[in-house]
Design a protein around this ligand. Structure first.
Ligand SMILES: [Zn+2]
Length: 238
């Protein structure tokens, strides 16, 4: 199955926090969007890998995803090296996305910057004919996504462009809250984590409002690019 957009995320919930509004916008326009989570987030303070898989499935339904996979890389320890690149290249060639949305280029959690570099490298390498991969015994064709955009997560990064996600803000919040084990829950007996405090979700809203404010709307998601963006019509810009 070909996807229009593939989101690559170090942990289940990175995609929801960073770019759920953008996913929802494009699913509503009829595009096929999928997520590949690199790890099960097993080193997270709260929850279990099994629970996070269930939560990711629930979030996928809320987002209307055409596909969601987990590569099962080791949380915290995975590397941007040959074996991990080859596994990701297989996924890129399988889904042939035109656009890839990847983790922030650097962030508080080192896996985000590492996942970002791994995604960028795998997208380029996936286009190299002499890198041979197989999926279910079949040789795969080379495929290079046209664009890689990086969503912004925890640390502030000045975006190169902002997507207006105002119509999808409420649904984005629902997709984040599908990861119930990770965020503030007064009834939870688990230890507090950086993202489970009552201040975390208001911070996510403040960030979305700040980006939205910059483009004269209510809520936005910011992205950075590595390639120069070109336009055919100045009226496309707003
Ligand atoms: Zn993460």
């Amino acid at each position: 199955m070909k996807l229009d957009i593939l989101v690559i995320a170090a942990h289940p919930d990175d995609a929801e926090l960073g770019c759920a509004g953008t996913i929802l916008t494009h699913v509503a326009k009829g595009h096929k969007v999928g997520i590949v989570d690199l790890t099960k987030g097993e080193m997270g303070t709260r929850g279990t890998p099994e629970l996070r898989v269930q939560e990711a499935t629930k979030a996928a339904e809320i987002l209307g995803l055409a596909a969601r996979e987990n590569l099962g890389f080791k949380d915290v320890y995975f590397q941007d090296d040959e074996s991990h690149q080859l596994e990701l290249i297989k996924i890129i060639r399988k889904y042939q996305p035109d656009i890839v949305l990847a983790n922030a280029v650097s962030d508080r959690h080192p896996d985000h910057g590492k996942g970002s570099r791994l995604a960028t490298n795998a997208c380029f390498m996936s286009g190299l004919r002499k890198i041979e991969t197989q999926l279910e015994g079949e040789s795969q064709k080379p495929w290079r996504p046209q664009y890689v955009y990086h969503y912004i997560q925890n640390n502030y990064i000045e975006p190169d462009f902002v997507m207006d996600i105002t119509p999808y803000w409420e649904t984005k919040v629902q997709s984040i809250l599908a990861f119930q084990s990770q965020f503030h829950d007064p009834s939870s007996q688990e230890p507090e984590s950086f993202i489970s405090t009552p201040d975390f979700l208001p911070f996510i809203e403040a960030r979305a409002r700040e980006f939205g404010h910059k483009i004269l709307t209510t809520y936005g998601e910011g992205f950075t690019v590595e390639k120069m963006i070109g336009v055919k019509d100045l009226f496309d810009l707003r």
